[in-house]
Structure formats: C-alpha cells, structure tokens
Design a binder for this molecule. Structure first.
Ligand SMILES: Cc1cc2nc3c(=O)[nH]c(=O)nc-3n(C[C@H](O)[C@H](O)[C@H](O)COP(=O)(O)OP(=O)(O)OC[C@H]3O[C@@H](n4cnc5c(N)ncnc54)[C@H](O)[C@@H]3O)c2cc1C
Length: 457
C-alpha cells in the first residue's frame, strides 16, 4: 500500500472482525490517526471506558499510513480568516495549538514507547524563482501580525544552501517547529498501544451507515457483521466518510500522490545537503511536499490527479500515471544530481476536503455523534489535536481545547453534480496555469484571479 506500511515493522495481518451485535461506551469508525488518537486520549481520561474501533481494512490503511511524513503546525485555514470569523485571540489560540500538537505527537510517542521516528528538523518553504518571494514575505507578515513572527526566519539563497541545495531556490521561510515522522510506525504502533490499553480494534469490518441515539440513548454503527451500539459514536474516516449516507457532500475526496527514490548515495547527499531532514515545500499553488526518510530516500509528493465526477473512491485512483511521472521529473529538476535516480515506490490516497477548507472537531450530545475531519493535507499533527479535543468533548471536560475555533464547526455542503465537477476541475486547471505562467515569467501571481481566490482559503 505504501513504503510506510511496508516498513512499519509488523506483518499487517488483519485483526479479527466484529462478530455479531456489540455494545460499547464509545464506538469509533476508522483506525487511522484520528480514531486511534481519540481512543488513546479517551483511555487516559477514563481507563474504564469500553471502546471498539471498526476498521474496514487494517489500521493505517487510509491517509495515515500513506502520507508525506510531515508533522507540521500547518492548517489550511489562515489566521486572518479565523480571526475574521472568531476573533484575534481565537486565531492565536488555534495557531498555538498547532505548535503544541507537533510536540504532543513526539511526547506521547516517547511516553508510550511508539518508535515513530519523530525528528524535529524544522520546515523550509522555498521560493524557486523570484515569483515565489512575495508569498514568503506575506506569510511572514501574517505570522508577525499575530505575534508568532519569532517562530519564522527568511533565509537568502546562501543561507538556504547551508541547509539544502535545490536548483532555482532563491529564498526560504524557515521554522523549527515541524517534525518528520515514520507514518507507518506511528499509526501501527498507536494501534498496538491502544490495544494494550484495552481498546478492541475490529478490522475487515465495514460500516455501512450510522444512526443517532435511540430512545435508549445509544447511537449505532451499522455493519454487515453486526451492529455496534454505544452512547457515543465517533466518525473518523476522513475522505472515506463521503461514502456514508448523509455525509456525501460534506467532504470531497481529492488525491495526493507520492513517489519515493531508492536510498541516495552519500556522495549525492553531500551535494544536496539536507542533513537535518527538514520537511520541505515550495510556494507553488499546485502543492509539492518533500521529506527525507531515515534510510536516505527522497519522498516527493504533490497533487494533480483530476477530480472524478460524483466523488467516487476506488483503489485504482491511488495511482495516476501522468502525475506520478511529473513528480519523478520534479525530483530531477529540484536535485539535478538525482536526474538518473531509481524510484522504488509510488502511491497515493484521498484527502478529505471540506467545502470551506475548515477542519472540524465536533460532538453533538443529542445525537451522540462525534467527528474530527477535513484536514486536507495537514492531518498528521491535527489528528492528534482532534483526538484530544474529542476526548475532552466526549468526557464533558471543558478545557482551552474545547474553546478552539475548529470545535463544533460545520462546513456547508459541496455543490451537487455536475456543478461540483465543473468547479473543482476548473480550479485544478486554472491553478496549474497560474503556476506555469509564474514559473515561465518569474512574475508572482496577482492573487486576484478566480483560481487564486479559491485556493487562498
Ligand atoms: C498521499 C497523502 C499525503 C499526505 N501527506 C501529509 C503530510 O505529509 N502531513 C500531514 O499532516 N498530512 C498529510 N496528509 C493528510 C493526512 O495523512 C490525513 O489528514 C490523516 O492521516 C487523516 O487521518 P484519519 O485517521 O482522519 O483518516 P485515515 O487515515 O484516512 O483513516 C480513516 C480510516 O477509516 C477507515 N474507514 C473508512 N471508511 C470506513 C467504513 N465505512 N467502515 C470502516 N472503516 C472505514 C479507512 O480504511 C481508514 O483506515 C496526506 C494525505 C495523503 C493521502
């Protein structure tokens, strides 16, 4: 499924599924990072809780076992936008929570004996050409305006080349707040850990629908192998939630794809640098993200696979030849010394996109339904935050976390087809054109085109 699951250090043998009607205190759909962190923190709040996690495939099958290894304090929603909707203090609290979430992933893994390869090497966002510089400047201005300017530093080309040498890179925004992880070891280790805490993970068990609390106060996850009833049901299936009745238009699945090189030689690393394994991206709106694995490979990820009419999710979409080929070409463009490198892995997976790009962490007492979702490409640390927020909401613990502006947010629905398809395909095409023009001319995007306004959420 991915290099990460292949090297997670366990045999991935499926756990037994659910076997008939089952009762629990909390029933969780999805054994990805959201579902497992939620179980992890619930057990810390109340070790007596009976928790059952239902997973259609195996733990880590989804984006949690396939991502780009960035554990970074990034959200898809800007502080300015959060401040407009919720006030400046709320926007600041949200940003602080993202820094804390990165550290908490490292802390919780260390405390629990999960060897997730957590390494806080920092983050570098590169301008690959003059067209990228204004985006870095305005990002820094935004952080400074909210009092976080001291977390970030602009590097000129010479300073950057002491960290990493990327063709065409003229400037970078650097921070020390991000980590790189081994997602497979994290999610599989977390699954084993919550089992030790007494959580039951039932794999190969597909949830086909969910029902709110009945007169007896129990909500239901419906499966062909038997229903699971609990006062609280947690929907932690990210992009896949769009397959469930009632949630189809809440999240749009959009594929992110990854290529991975063979281990790069020491001589090649000497030319590239990148000794501290920062997570790296550029300012391109079409999105690229890179990380360096512990065993010295380059991971290069990006978007580009076209949105499919009606939002279906199929295993075959995890590979998209033209996008994977483009990503391989990027590796040679960024690092000319790797022009002839061999690629050993390519994979992909669906991101869950809410209509307003605003993640949510929510619990509705009346229905008994909780959820944390809509992280788009920034779920690795945010799932940990989501797990802690849900644990507080479900156990009725009021805390600074339950006051965060993502809590109990509900995005509006995506348009019905064919409008959804037309809008998303147009945006994908237009954003690609904006990037291509900026790269060709060296002139920064104006920020005023329709595509940019859509992408600047
Ligand atoms: C290619 C790719 C690269 C990414 N890179 C990064 C990155 O570098 N950094 C970052 O922060 N984020 C990244 N993300 C996003 C991040 O990985 C996700 O936001 C995060 O892992 C979501 O975790 P989750 O547990 O909510 O969902 P998932 O990991 O998708 O887990 C959901 C689980 O629910 C199960 N499930 C779904 N439907 C059902 C059902 N009906 N019944 C039973 N089980 C069901 C699935 O099988 C799956 O195991 C990336 C995502 C992708 C796809």
């Amino acid at each position: 499924m991915s290099f990460w699951l292949e090297t997670a250090g366990d045999d991935l043998a499926p756990r037994p599924g659910i076997d008939g009607a089952t009762d629990a205190d909390v029933a969780i759909l999805g054994a990805g990072m959201t579902g497992l962190w939620t179980a992890f923190y619930l057990k810390r709040r109340d070790p007596s809780l009976k928790i059952v996690v239902l997973e259609r495939e195996i733990a880590g099958f989804g984006a949690s076992g396939r991502n780009g290894a960035w554990c970074a304090p990034d959200l898809n929603i800007s502080m300015s936008r959060l401040a407009k909707a919720h006030g400046r203090d709320a926007a600041r609290a949200m940003q602080q929570a993202t820094y804390d979430a990165v550290d908490e992933v490292g802390r919780a893994c260390a405390e629990s004996g999960i060897d997730a390869g957590f390494h806080k090497g920092g983050e570098l966002i590169l301008a690959r050409g003059p067209q990228g510089i204004p985006a870095l400047d305005s990002a820094l201005e935004e952080y400074a305006a909210f009092g976080f300017g001291d977390h970030y530093r602009l590097l000129d080309a010479a300073q950057l080349s002491e960290r990493i040498r990327v063709a065409g890179a003229v400037r970078a925004l650097a921070s020390e707040d991000a980590a790189v992880i081994h997602p497979g070891r994290l999610v599989r280790g977390l699954a084993r850990r919550v089992e030790q805490d007494g959580v039951r993970i039932a794999e190969r068990t597909a949830v086909t629908s969910f029902q709110p609390r009945d007169a007896g106060g129990r909500a239901t996850l419906v499966t062909p192998r038997g229903n699971v009833r609990a006062p609280v049901v947690v929907l932690a299936g990210e992009a896949y939630l769009s397959e469930l009745p009632g949630l189809h238009r809440q999240l749009l699945p959009l594929w992110s794809l990854i290529v991975l090189t063979e281990p790069v030689t020491d001589a090649q690393w000497a030319e590239i640098g990148w000794a501290n394994r920062e997570v790296v991206a550029s300012t391109r709106m079409s999105v690229d993200y890179l990380s360096r694995t512990e065993d010295g490979r380059v991971l290069f990820g990006g978007r580009g696979a076209p949105y499919r009419f009606g939002s279906p999710i199929r295993r075959s979409y995890d590979r998209h030849g033209p996008t994977h080929e483009k990503l391989k070409a990027f590796v040679g463009e960024w690092f000319p010394v790797l022009r002839d490198v061999r690629f050993t892995h390519e994979w992909g997976g669906p991101l869950g996109m809410p209509r307003d790009w605003h993640p949510t962490m929510a619990f509705d007492e009346a229905s008994g339904i909780a959820t944390s979702r809509g992280y788009i490409g920034h779920g690795v640390s945010t799932t940990n935050l989501g797990g802690r927020v849900l644990a507080d909401l479900i156990t009725g613990t009021s805390s600074p976390l339950t006051e965060l502006p993502l809590v109990n947010h509900r995005s509006r629905d995506w348009e019905i087809e064919p409008f959804r398809w037309l809008g998303v395909r147009y945006s994908q095409w237009a954003i690609g054109r904006v990037d291509a023009k900026a790269e060709r001319t060296g002139v920064p995007p104006s920020g005023r085109s329709l595509a940019e306004r859509i992408a600047s959420h």
